[in-house]
Design a protein around this ligand. Structure first.
Ligand SMILES: Cc1ncc(COP(=O)(O)O)c(C=O)c1O
Length: 364
């Protein structure tokens, strides 16, 4: 925590708004909108809920296809299934690890000739690095397909001179416990389009009509963020810049310590932006390092240090068996050789040094 969270929680108690709405929620939405530069926002119970409402607000439904990054976390794409639509996965670009714009362009061209264009495209900003927003926008604009940016991992990063998430028709953010800032669990849907956010807000409150009696003309969800958690979010927003600085420092520390080791490569930073380095991710090339990433993970685990493989690509997930994937080799390769290193901003230099030494000791 950053320090001011308890003050806002105290305000929530004082006002007795212990509810999934209230002044903290309103203020969090406003302050978040100002920070990111997207005018309309709705605070929700999770990033997954935000993605679900984004898809529903764009009218995604049964029989539709939605194109999405294959190298992502399942919360990015499970809402496509909630809407009884079908995901089509797009491989990653090796230079950014994000959705490959060329593959996207080729597949859209093909879909267009078949008269079967997707209803939306979801590029994920992987591990804190923005997808190539302008390129993807240009491609999608020629077919008039809306983009939902999955910025769950990239809050605080930059794309050219803009904030992460400031692109497409809407973007989603996550405040899950592991994210760069957290509300323990929570999410935000943001858009330049007021109608989209108004409708998502209504859906998040059981689609209750604006009448004094409880009237419903469609089915909604209970997806609102609690007033208490929004208080945590307000405190966290105030330390976002510091968090990004520290995350980038942690990346640099690892890079300075391991960057020259044969068989270790670091996730590249795209020339168009500045990653928040949410997680420091390395590739271990067994032919050069002597052992593979799983060996290193287990060596860290013995020392009670948690590391994780890169996200298992969605097209390899049993639950998505039978779904189409355009390409896939890059994501599979990053999955098989990638390792997410401990990246918590509370780690000390001696923690980092200990991790580095365990990794160096694995080299053969
Ligand atoms: C890329 C990505 N998309 C979506 C989500 C879903 O967010 P949440 O856990 O808040 O539902 C997460 C993280 O959890 C994520 O990393």
């Amino acid at each position: 925590m950053g320090g001011e969270e308890l003050k806002f929680i105290h305000d929530a108690f004082e006002s007795n708004y212990i509810a999934p709405l209230g002044p903290q929620v309103d203020a969090f939405e406003r302050e978040f909108a100002e920070r990111v530069g997207i005018p309309y926002t709705v605070a929700l119970s999770s990033g997954t809920a935000a993605m679900h409402l984004a898809l529903k607000s764009l009218g995604v439904g049964p029989g539709d296809e939605v194109f999405a990054s294959t190298l992502t976390f399942i919360g990015s794409v499970s809402p496509i299934i909630f809407q009884s639509a079908s995901p089509v996965f797009i491989d990653a670009d090796r230079s950014t690890w994000n959705m490959d714009p060329n593959l996207l362009a080729d597949e859209l061209k093909l879909s267009s000739t078949k008269g079967n264009l997707p209803k939306a495209v979801i590029p994920t900003d992987l591990y804190g690095q923005c997808a190539d927003y302008d390129q993807i926008q240009k491609i999608c604009d020629s077919y008039n397909i809306p983009i939902i940016i999955d910025a769950a991992e990239s809050l605080g990063a930059r794309y050219k001179n803009r904030s992460a998430g400031l692109a497409g028709r809407a973007s989603i953010f996550s405040f899950n416990g592991n994210k760069i800032i957290t509300t323990s669990g929570g999410g935000m849907l943001a858009s330049n389009n007021k109608e989209l956010i108004d409708y998502a807000r209504k859906l998040s409150q059981q689609a209750r009509e604006n009448l004094i009696c409880y009237e419903h003309t469609e089915i909604g969800y209970n997806y609102r963020m609690s007033n208490i958690l929004a208080g945590i979010g307000r405190g966290q927003l105030r330390v976002l810049n510091e968090r990004v600085k520290r995350k980038r420092y942690i990346f640099e520390y690892y890079k300075n310590s391991l960057g020259n080791v044969s068989g270790i490569e670091f996730m590249p930073e795209a020339s168009y932006g500045k990653s928040n380095r949410w997680l420091t991710v390395i590739l271990i090339i067994p032919q050069k390092f002597g052992v593979d990433s799983e060996f290193v993970r287990l060596a860290l685990e013995i020392e009670n240090i948690e590391s994780r493989p890169v996200w298992k690509p969605m097209h390899l997930q049993p639950v998505f068996k039978g779904c189409r994937c355009i390409g896939g080799i890059v994501a599979e390769d990053l999955f098989s050789r990638g390792l997410c290193l401990p990246s918590g901003t509370a780690m000390s230099e001696s923690d980092l040094n200990r991790i580095v030494n365990v990794i160096l000791n694995c080299k053969q």
